[in-house]
Design a binder for this molecule. Sequence first.
Ligand code: FHN
Length: 463
Amino acid sequence: MRRASSVLVVTVGLTLASLATPTSARADNPETKAAHDARMKWWRDARFGMFIHWGLYAVPAGEYRGKRYSGIGEWIMAYADIPRNEYAQLAKHFNPTKYDPEKWVRLAKQAGMKYIVITSKHHDGFCLFDTKTTDYNVVRATPYGKDLLKPLSEACKKAGLKFCVYYSILDWHHPSQYIDPDARRNAQDATHGHGKDRIHTEQKAEYIRYMKTQLKELITQYDPAVLWFDGEWQDWWTEDDGKDLYRYVRSLKPDIIVNNRVGKGRKGMEGLNKGAGYAGDFGTPEQQIPATGLPGVDWESCMTMNDTWGYKSFDHHWKSTKTLVRNLIDIASKGGNYLLNVGPMPTGELPEAIVERLEGIGRWMKVNGEAIHGTQASPFPAPAWGRYTRKKNRIYAEVFDWPPDGNLHIPATETTHARAYLLADRHHNLKVEAAPAGGLAIHLPRHAPDPIASVVVLEFAPR
Ligand code: FHN
């Protein structure tokens, strides 16, 4: 019996995107493909992670001095044009006494998430961790007075999830940076020139030292598995700066994984690299899913559950659990990871709408998780009725629209197969036969076991 992969070889016209080629920890010692694959393995198998945007911006929650802002919650300092010292006063009101990292980790794990990425410092420069570099941190500046990352990193470790941190290169609080006066004066957008951020050139080296000190604290104190950089778009940050920072963090922790926002590789919100050789280990599409799989490219779509990353009290535009599960399936079918965001409240609680969705995703994943975790991209183009993923000698057909005639057509090139069954009913074999038009026809029961997506497994005898 030939291996399933040879049985199911289908040439599909894919637009080969730029390949994200690994950048080594040391310029003179390129990482081998085998070493890179070993470093990326847990991340590729994970397929699904939790993004957490949390910080002082949760206090105004999208509203400031009686005005509500339509933009993303964590940009309130920009949208409300709040001077940095006035914004820093929010720290006095940040007291998440109901913070329960064990509960967050439990929710993530039961949802099938294998890693958690939390903002250690967003663009506002406020640090959620115990840092010696600035008093502008949760331990020194808030009534809460305790490190937020430490208990979360410990809860992740206990539960077997990877703890990861987001870190913004852009820092609106740091004295080295400012808004371009012309950009500010002429700002037509709601951000008052933020996004056109400048640095006092003579202070850039000092700021990079500041970042490296904080990154060393993050790596040595919390042992993150991924460093998720962001805020790299301003002109004063270069690809060489990114390569230097990439090598620096990998010199501290050689097996750490770093996204492509450490440098200047990404093409805007599409998130994939403009070409080869840019720093970073994976592409970062934001609020979108690539149209097709991208052979040879590691990528992760980061997306929100409503319309904001940081908590907003009046953003109730929640995606349904069905949409969130089908996004996960679509992304996995293309060989990517899904980084799904939650925005905690200033109390330390997660909005009930988020908890409900995580629990709903968990109910689907409890039955069907094996069709996501550890899978590779579909060997076929996406069918109209759903998606495919694959793992070893199995093809998983995630059926969104149950076929009215009860026949599911799979374009397998050979008809030799072991068996077919529903993940929701593993012990009942389904009838499989060669389809007149080629491929296989699997005879399904009358009703779909799950209205979100029902998974049919086509299992080929291992070679
Ligand atoms: O400006 C940030 C934004 O606040 C948020 O953190 C997203 C999440 O990927 N990244 C930037 C926008 O691309």
